[in-house]
Design a binder for this molecule. Structure first.
Ligand code: AMP
Length: 222
């Protein structure tokens, strides 16, 4: 199953991608996470991308396409993947089609959330300063990271100015992708302005109950 999650920053793509990846047993490929890890490790890619990320802009198509092409070529992505944060431009979308090369239909799930709700969510979002995982929205202010015990911090690009810039960039570059994919088979819009469990149910229904099927298959094997 080849899945793309589209949606504004803060629409809950990451939460849903992670859940779906576990459910289906295929990798979540989150380009923002890949870039943040590269920045943290001080790699060449990280050095090239850091200033752009911190300013809320988009990293170049060339670099992003290379990163995703390399990642999709790994064996664990052969049977499917959940792309979270890619494509973000029409050029990236065309490159993705070329990478898939007819291997299967792309399922494009657009998680739609109004802008006012996005600004509220991003202002409150925190990630782990050690492992980078995003804390669930109901995490108490003094809690530590549930995964590694690290300290929770605000993402460097979740400040008011940068949030505004990222939303502007999204409307300009990524929103046209919605119009592009809407005309293709495999596109579904999901109401993202509800509890994560309700969004998850919407996704499962959109994918034709495939999560339930794969759970059944795994259950039968074990
Ligand atoms: P995200 O975690 O998806 O919000 O991404 C954080 C930042 O990483 C974005 O604001 C961009 O600077 C950069 N980024 C992530 N994915 C892409 C992409 N597909 N194309 C360009 N820049 C990206």
């Amino acid at each position: 199953m080849f899945v793309v999650l589209l949606g504004r920053p803060g629409s809950g793509k990451g939460t849903q991608a992670s859940r779906l990846a576990t459910e289906l047993g295929i990798p979540q490929i989150a380009t923002g996470d890949i870039l943040r890890e590269a920045v943290q490790s001080g790699s060449d890619v990280g050095r090239r991308a850091k200033a752009t990320i911190d300013a809320g802009g988009l990293v170049s198509d060339e670099l992003m396409i290379d990163i995703v092409r390399e990642r999709l070529a790994r064996p664990d992505a052969a049977a499917g993947f959940i792309l979270d944060g890619f494509p973000r431009t029409r050029r990236q979308a065309d490159a993705l089609d070329a990478m898939l090369d007819g291997r299967g239909t792309l399922r494009v799930l657009h998680i739609a959330v109004p802008e006012e709700e996005i600004v509220r969510r991003l202002g409150a979002r925190r990630i782990c300063g050690s492992c980078g995982v995003t804390a669930p929205p109901d995490t108490p202010p003094d809690a530590a990271c549930a995964r590694c015990g690290g300290t929770l911090v605000t993402r460097s690009d979740d400040t008011a100015d940068v949030i505004r810039r990222r939303l502007t960039v999204y409307e300009r570059e990524a929103a046209p992708l919605v119009a592009y994919y809407r005309e293709r088979p495999g596109y579904v819009e999901i109401d993202g302005n509800q509890e994560p469990s309700a969004v998850a149910a919407g996704i499962e229904a959109a994918l034709g109950g495939v999560g339930a099927e794969s759970r059944g298959a795994r259950g039968a094997d074990s």
